[in-house]
Design a protein around this ligand. Structure first.
Ligand code: NAD
Length: 248
């Protein structure tokens, strides 16, 4: 592809899974990408290299979204590198599934919420402050927060708050022509799911979906690509459920 940078997007948790697919898809659409990651840089470097292979633009930025000062530094570093930010995808998240609420420990509650609730909150706060006029903000929630099931007592509530923040921000940022939406993926084949759910359980979930399969990260990336495109401009403050039609 020939690259002419139209926009700059920061994708959190972009070294693997859904975030990785979003980063690659937006780069294919000519958007320069800030690939946020935590820990070992190897997987983030692979994403950057894959994007550069097809002529896209990407740089990796390490930051723990569970720590507000690191989020602030991340946004500042991206602005320093690219000159501004037009799109933020608050995607980073972690999971703990299969625990009845009666067995939830304070330590697990704090660990999951530090990323999924607090991390999302302050990434969206920085986005509200720093995304340029006319920008787009996307929060990656989870269909589990709309259709909660037994065993999801830490994870599903931790993903639910993003929707509320999105709806508030959509009202607060309209005067700068910034739209804010939440995407709710259903079960999607990623490292997160592979860690939390057995192969047999994944097969059972796939058979329970209307379309007879799990989601793939690219299914979600396509939705995000539409929301940040010219065609997606009139969608604002919405919950976009991308789960193949299954109520899970
Ligand atoms: P994943 O584990 O592949 O991706 C999550 C990414 O977030 C990882 O790269 C991880 O390193 C990063 N991350 C975790 N903690 C971080 C932190 N403190 N700071 C920065 N980055 C951090 O899993 P995924 O399934 O691609 O998850 C992406 C998002 O999609 C998550 O928010 C998850 O809740 C959501 N989601 C996933 C599914 C699914 O079935 N896979 C369904 C609904 C929603």
């Amino acid at each position: 592809m020939t690259t002419s940078i139209k926009k700059i997007a920061l994708v959190t948790g972009a070294a693997t899974g859904i975030g990785r697919a979003i980063a690659i898809r937006l780069a294919k659409d000519g958007i320069a990408i800030a690939v946020n990651y935590i820990g070992d840089s190897k997987l983030a470097d692979e994403v950057v290299n894959e994007i550069r292979m097809f002529g896209g633009i990407a740089v990796a930025f390490e930051a723990n979204v569970g720590v507000v000062s690191e989020i602030v530094n991340l946004f500042d570093a991206v602005i320093q590198e690219y000159g501004g930010i037009d799109i933020v995808v608050a995607n980073a998240g972690i999971a703990k599934m299969g625990i009845p609420i009666a067995d939830v420990t304070e330590a697990d509650f704090d660990r999951i919420n530090a990323v999924n609730y607090k991390g999302t909150y302050f990434v969206l706060q920085q986005a509200a402050k720093k995304v340029r006029y006319g920008g787009r903000i996307i929060q990656i929630s989870s269909s589990s927060s709309l259709y909660p099931a037994a065993g999801l007592g830490i994870y599903a509530p931790s993903k639910a708050a993003g929707k509320v923040i999105t709806e508030i921000l959509a009202q607060e940022l309209g005067h700068r022509q910034i739209s804010v939406n939440s995407v709710f993926p259903g079960p999607t084949r990623t490292p997160l799911m592979e860690k939390e759910v057995s192969k047999e359980e994944m097969e059972r979930i796939a058979q329970g979906m209307n379309l007879g399969r799990m989601g793939e990260p690219e299914d979600i990336a396509g939705v995000v690509a539409f929301l940040v495109s010219t065609e997606g401009a009139w969608i604002n403050g919405q919950q976009i459920i991308a789960n193949g039609g299954g109520r899970v």
